[in-house]
Each structure stands twice: as C-alpha cells, then as structure tokens.
Design a protein around this ligand. Sequence first.
Ligand code: MN
Length: 244
Amino acid sequence: MGALSDADRDLVEDLVVANHILFDQGVVDAFGHVSVRHDKRSDRYLLARNMAPAEVTRDDIVEFDLDSVPVNGDARAVYLERFIHGEIYRRRPDVMAVVHSHSPTVVPFSVVPNIKLRPVCHMSGFLGQGVPTFEIRDVVGEGSDLLIRSRELGAALAQSLGSALIVLMRGHGSTVVGETLRHAVYRAVYAEINARLQSESMRFGEPVIYLTPDEAAATFKNIETQIKRPWDLWKKRVSQAHAR
Ligand code: MN
C-alpha cells in the first residue's frame, strides 16, 4: 500500500475503477488522468502515479497537497499535469473529482473558435450553452508544449473553467469536474459522446438545433438522479475484464 493517510477505502477503490472505466469508454488512452478530493482532508487529493489509467491499482494511488506535491514521503514519478487537479480543487470547493483527457472527438471543438461544443441531446445538458476554452498562449506565449506543467498554468486553467463543469484546452483536450467521482466520469464520457453527435449533426450542412437553456437545465437536473445506472454498468464491464 502506498503512503495514503486515512482515505476511505471505498473511495480509493472507486478511483481505481474510474481509471479503468475512462479507458474502457474511450475517454483516456495511455494518457489522461482522474483524481478525487480526499474525503477527510479537503486540502488534499488522490491521483495515480505516472502510468496508463487502465493499469492503475490501489497501490498506485498517491496523495497530494493542493500545491500538487506528493505527501507522506511518496517519491514515485507523478503526472506532469497534476497541477490541473490541485489548482481546480483550490479554486472550486464544490469540486470533489476531476478528469483530464485528450478524448479525440472533443479536441476539434477546441481549435475552431467559431464552433462551440453545445448540448445536442438530453444526456449532455451539463454542457449548458457552450463551454469555455483555455488558450495557453494567453499565459505563456506561442512556444509552449501545451502541457499544464506548473501551478501558474493550473491556476490559469482553473480561472478559465470558472464556475463551469468542463473547460476545453486548445489543441490538447479537456478537463471535466464533478461533485462526486461518478458525476465527473459521467460528464467526461458524455462530453465525448456529445462531441461525436454534434460533429455528425453538423456534417449534414444544415443549421443544428441545440437544447435551449431551459432544456439543458431540465435534462441536467433529471440525469443527475440516474447517475448510478451508467456507473454500475461501466463498473461491471471493467470488473469482468479485470477478472479474465
Ligand atoms: Mn494532457
């Protein structure tokens, strides 16, 4: 067991499962990561060490402070972009989980300024009326590697996120937040699905009908009550895969 202080065992288990689900659902590949805020210390969070999410086990979870420094003397290699998590937890007390990914259908929406990712179906009301996009050039100019490799960049990303549930990152991917791990995972999966549906709709070349603000709010409220169903299904899939 790694150097975790007294985090809830079920929460750590859910974090492991979330890593596997996000791979199984095509949100992360060898890259991308998911974290959860510590259940007993709001100034700490849990995130896997530097590795592919599909391979994560309980022993791979590392505990960080909000400066994104590993605590308890844990010296294992960690993700370069961990500052995404620490700075969002610092700025958003309501956020309990964060998913960062490069999910492929979302990326095009980060690179065409006039095209906004917007909800086209009742499963993705959480997208509201379009989501913010983080432009790293506004912070560090035009020569960066686009990675959130410092607290400064993490804070700038958190500022772009504002009070939204997802922020796109130009030429890179997206970061999604939730009030629980399940909410963050659900939204990361459906951000990708909505991007696919929206791209398909736009391909017809005719104006697309998006959800109205009221429809987005109503569907969002409804789906929040159903979040257990997809989680249980997705968990079952990865449990069977890991049992083989
Ligand atoms: Mn990244």
